[in-house]
Write a protein that binds this ligand. Structure first.
Ligand SMILES: NC(=O)c1ccc[n+]([C@@H]2O[C@H](COP(=O)([O-])OP(=O)(O)OC[C@H]3O[C@@H](n4cnc5c(N)ncnc54)[C@H](O)[C@@H]3O)[C@@H](O)[C@H]2O)c1
Length: 258
């Protein structure tokens, strides 16, 4: 039987208070990893930490906004102080709309520069900041796994989300280029590009469309679950997966525009 053991490994998961990041934190902890939960919203992260501890795992939380370089450094520092090392960095925080991002999508012809900047910050610069904050530690240790959460929007593009599509495409480029730089030092950098994932955030978006009678419908049965994406994160984090590097894993069930 194939088993993944993360005992003795430390994972810093940025954006772990809800959705995919929450599922990943709970799964990695259940496989033995010590988990530093980083999120702009400490309430969600606190609940996730409680769940992990109740399951017998080890978790700590740090509040911060990964779009700010000093907060990204604080997140890495907190992981080092609490657990002594960082083996796995998962950059999950991001999204096209939501509480800390923006209210809704809009056509490019109505786009505003402030929103563009925010979307690029949350979906690209944040991952850059957290990676920059941890990379020297990983280089010194000669090992590390960096997993970036992109989106099918970054592969195929999504109408009314030009900024988000551009940011997520940028994150794939970031992943591939950095992998080439750091592969010789034992570090792997990969990304995952889901189509729709049935998170609470997506549920809220779906409810809004229904309320407003937008006509946009979603086939929930075709969406991935956060747990499915968490399993792919776990696979990329596994110690014995050594040569998968600079890869973007598309998760869309052969429906590229889901
Ligand atoms: N849900 C989907 O359908 C879907 C599809 C493709 C890609 N993705 C990507 O997956 C990732 C997670 O999506 P989700 O649906 O689980 O979202 P989510 O909103 O449920 O979770 C994101 C978490 O990140 C945190 N966060 C937001 N901004 C932050 C910041 N600046 N600093 C630190 N933490 C911050 C939030 O508080 C939240 O806990 C995102 O990058 C999103 O773009 C989601």
């Amino acid at each position: 039987m194939y088993t993944v053991q993360l005992t003795g490994k430390v994972a810093l998961i940025v954006g772990s208070g809800s959705g995919i990041g929450k599922a990943a934190a709970i799964l990695l902890a259940s496989e033995g990893a010590d988990v530093m939960l980083a999120d702009i919203d400490p309430e969600g992260a606190m609940k996730v930490a409680e769940t992990i501890r109740q399951n017998g795992g080890r978790a700590a939380i740090v509040q911060g906004d990964m779009t700010k370089e000093e907060d990204a450094e604080k997140m890495v520092q907190a992981a080092l102080e609490q657990f002594g090392q960082v083996d796995i960095l998962v950059n999950v925080a991001g999204g096209s709309q939501g509480r800390f991002i923006r209210e809704r999508l809009r056509p490019f012809a109505e786009s505003v520069k402030e929103e563009w900047d925010r979307i690029i910050d949350v979906n690209l610069t944040g991952a850059r900041n957290c990676t920059r904050a941890v990379i020297n530690h990983m280089l010194e240790r000669g090992s590390g796994k960096i997993i970036n959460m992109s989106s099918m929007a970054g592969v195929s593009g999504v109408a009314n989300a030009v900024d988000y599509s551009a940011a997520k495409a940028g994150l794939i480029g970031f992943t591939k280029a950095l992998a080439q730089e750091v592969a010789p030092y034992g570090i792997q950098v990969n990304s995952i590009s889901p189509g729709g994932v049935y998170t609470e955030r997506l549920q809220a978006v779906m409810e809004r469309h229904k309320r407003e009678g937008s006509g946009r419908t979603f086939d929930v049965s075709k969406l991935s679950t956060p747990d499915e994406i968490a399993r792919i994160i776990l696979f990329l984090a596994a110690a014995d997966v050594k040569n998968l590097n600079g890869i973007n894993i598309e998760v869309h069930g052969a429906r590229r525009n889901m």
